[in-house]
Ligand binder design. Structure first.
Ligand code: NI
Length: 199
């Protein structure tokens, strides 16, 4: 029996999700430090209204006057997030006294599991100055949209789930404007040298 087009829809959706995942992974493998913003491109970054690891409301405006180094991920991530946050931690250490001008911020794409308490325990491992932000699903979705972050939940055997997500570190200036994004495969020395030129 020939399948109706409708019967193929779940397969097409699954294939599209797979290809999207591959596209993010390929983007991760592209060499180079990142890209600078080009006039006419869609703006990256913008307002967010979230909750920090101590349960306090935090918006992007709270960080005006400091640079922000922002990464989106989730605490259950098996490899990419802990590696990238370690990279950010290494970068902050290399920046020495300049590090005080930068707020390193981890925003979860998995707010259902990443409560303020979970975020507090997690970010502490990367440095006492690290900020962990969570929020309700709508606030997180809005922040993801502002930063062009893609995050899709996929089920794991046994009822658990993982989040497939894009993995980029964003540098935002003290006025709240996007300056640069860094590939998660960049070397800490290279990112620190680039930031030191600007900060
Ligand atoms: Ni991750």
């Amino acid at each position: 029996m020939i399948k109706t087009p409708e019967a193929l829809i779940p397969y097409i959706v699954a294939l599209a999700a797979l290809l999207a995942g591959l596209a993010w992974h390929v983007a991760d493998l592209v060499p180079g430090l990142g890209r600078t913003i080009v006039s006419g491109q869609v703006a990256i970054g913008g307002p967010f209204h979230l909750t920090d690891q101590d349960g306090a409301p935090r918006s992007d405006a709270d960080y005006r006057g400091r640079w922000m180094l922002i990464y989106f991920g989730y605490t259950h991530c098996p490899d990419v997030c802990p590696l990238t946050l370690s990279l950010m931690s290494d970068v902050m250490q290399r920046l020495g006294t300049r590090a005080a001008r930068i707020a390193p911020i981890f925003i979860t794409v998995d707010p259902a599991r990443d409560t303020p308490k979970v975020m507090k325990d997690y970010v502490a491992a990367f440095g006492k100055n690290f900020i962990g932000l969570t929020g309700d699903a709508k606030s997180i979705a809005s922040a993801e949209k502002e930063y062009r972050v893609a995050a899709i939940r996929h089920a794991l055997p046994g009822g658990d789930y993982a989040m497939d997500h894009s993995s980029t570190i964003y540098l935002i200036d003290p006025g709240g404007k996007f300056v640069m994004d860094y590939d998660d495969s960049s070397k800490p020395d290279d990112i620190a040298a680039d930031i030191a030129k600007r900060v």
